[in-house]
Design a protein around this ligand. Structure first.
Ligand code: FES
Length: 500
């Protein structure tokens, strides 16, 4: 893999670099929001529209963490989900899920149009297709349920994919966009009239009415945690949603796809295209999920999508490759709302199961209602303080058992035992003087070594070869080679180790 294509999200590489100041000094606002992705920025915009003052603090750059690594499909079609939701929650709540996604889709278009955000929104149909006869009846069932729930679903065998499909579920009037341009553009409309957006401002400490950063404290009536997974141990969500990573690549292709596609079966193949200002067309392809830090699985699934792209599309070399991460909630419905049933905790949103663009926007709409004392009927499904566990607990326990087994070991098949054994470009977890160390030797020969013990709850991190980061399989925290936190739930860096 060429080192130049490491850790390059196509979206982050093709968005302008507008930036925001970091917080310096203390502030009083109505609502403080931790996290500058699609949830945090949309919540801030909706609250500003209601006359509230807000301050968003983003630990790194706005829109460039999870949102800027997605495939950016704006759709209520989330593979095969409605039959699962109907089975677990009943028809009415499954309908609420679909309604929330469709409303979010329209909300994104409205915000982009109202604020003149140039984010390449295009209306496209969304398809879940299958090449496997055994999935056809599942797709037929899903279409029938989706139609009953009022969604724009139909069954077809017509697609503009370069191969024949056994069946495809089509949703009309869906959309796709450029996620980093959208979130950064929306963030640009927030500062002023007592509202703020801060970058490079990490939350170091928090209470339900206060957030502390290195150079300033924000006091507020409520704090929103829009941080992928709530920070630290807030709400115990780390034990109710498991993380997984997804390989994503982008390469030039000769024509734009008419639709956005994802396969029903595994290994998963998702494709959409994007046309740049200069007319170049890129395919963005995502593959099967794997546990963060499992390097061997990561290699396998990247190889799978590269082979699939090459075999089926006239594509140039892969120019961008990155790993995206999300959380699967134990009962399939995201957690959105108050972190405590007493409504005295934090406002939170997590567990979007890879469908974070519409779920994240719907979350922002719910959070804006709750922050202003209004009811929101979608909470009947999403309520973050709902009693758990519901159906799905068995699978969840299996996942967590896998996590527990890896509390004390690493994930690489080759296991160098000292810095000297590390080849350039190689990483390993090793024991040195009783300490478990995460070490990487770069192409210049320098070894970057930090403690391998995750600062959240003590799991051993694993190597993300594509992004060159240390990722925690337990609850999904990610760390730079230097140990700096990319995203939580951890908020403290990995411990130092002497660099070799
Ligand atoms: Fe929880 Fe690492 S993210 S232990």
């Amino acid at each position: 893999m060429p080192a130049s294509s490491h850790n390059r999200s196509y979206w982050n590489s093709t968005a302008s670099s507008a930036s925001f100041p970091s917080l310096a000094g203390d502030l009083d606002v109505d609502i403080a929001i931790i996290g500058g992705g699609i949830v945090g920025i949309t919540t801030a915009r909706l609250l500003k529209d209601r006359g509230l003052t807000v301050a968003v603090i983003e630990a790194r750059r706005v829109g460039r963490q999870v949102t800027g690594k997605s495939t950016a499909k704006i759709t209520s079609q989330h593979k095969i989900i409605y039959q699962t939701l109907e089975q677990k929650f009943g028809e009415d709540r499954a309908r609420l899920y679909g309604e929330a996604q469709e409303t979010a889709l329209r909300q994104i278009s409205t915000l982009a149009a109202t604020h003149g955000i140039d984010c390449d929104i295009e209306t496209k149909p969304a398809y879940t297709y299958t090449l496997d006869e055994s999935y056809v009846s599942q797709l037929e069932t899903e279409v029938a349920i989706a139609q009953r729930l009022g969604l724009p679903a139909s069954l077809t065998r017509e697609t503009d994919l370069p191969f024949d499909v056994r069946a495809a579920m089509r949703f009309d009037h869906q959309a796709q966009f450029h996620p980093t341009k959208y979130v950064a553009g929306l963030a640009g409309t927030i500062p002023g009239d007592g509202c703020h957006v801060f970058e490079n401002s990490r939350a170091l400490d928090w209470e339900p009415t206060r957030v502390v950063t290195e150079k300033g404290t924000i006091k507020a009536r409520h704090v929103v945690m829009a941080t992928h997974l709530p920070l630290g141990q807030v709400g115990g969500y780390y034990a109710q949603a498991y993380p997984y990573a997804e390989p994503v690549i982008a390469a030039r292709v000769s024509r734009a796809q008419e639709g956005m596609y994802i396969s029903a079966e595994q290994p998963s193949h998702s494709i959409r295209t994007h046309v740049r200002e200069n007319g170049e067309i890129y395919a963005i392809v995502a593959g099967s999920g794997f546990k963060p830090g499992h390097t061997d699985e990561e290699r396998r699934y990247f190889a799978d999508i590269e082979d699939w792209l090459k075999a089926n599309f006239e594509a140039g070399p892969v120019e961008y490759r990155w790993v995206n991460e999300d959380y699967t909630p134990m009962d399939s419905a995201p957690f959105i709302g108050w972190s405590s049933s007493k409504r005295d905790g934090y406002l939170v949103a997590t567990g979007f199961k890879a469908w974070g663009i519409t779920n994240g926007t719907a979350a922002a709409m719910i959070l804006a209602d709750l922050a202003t004392g209004q009811e929101n009927r979608w909470l009947e499904l999403f309520d973050a303080s709902r009693v758990k566990p519901l159906a799905g607990a068995g699978e969840f326990l299996k996942e967590n058992a896998g996590v527990a087994a890896h509390l004390v070991t690493g994930y690489l098949s080759r296991k160098p035992k000292s810095f000297d054994e590390l080849a350039p470009g190689e990483a390993a977890i090793m024991k040195i003087d009783g300490e478990t160390v995460a070490a990487f030797r770069d192409e210049q020969g320098q070894v970057h070594a930090v403690s391998a013990v995750c600062s959240h709850m003590g799991c051993i991190v694993g190597w993300n070869e594509t992004d060159r980061t240390w990722d925690c399989p337990c609850h999904g925290s990610r760390f730079e080679l230097s140990g700096e936190v990319i995203h939580g739930p951890a908020t403290k860096p990995l411990g130092a180790h002497i660099t070799g």
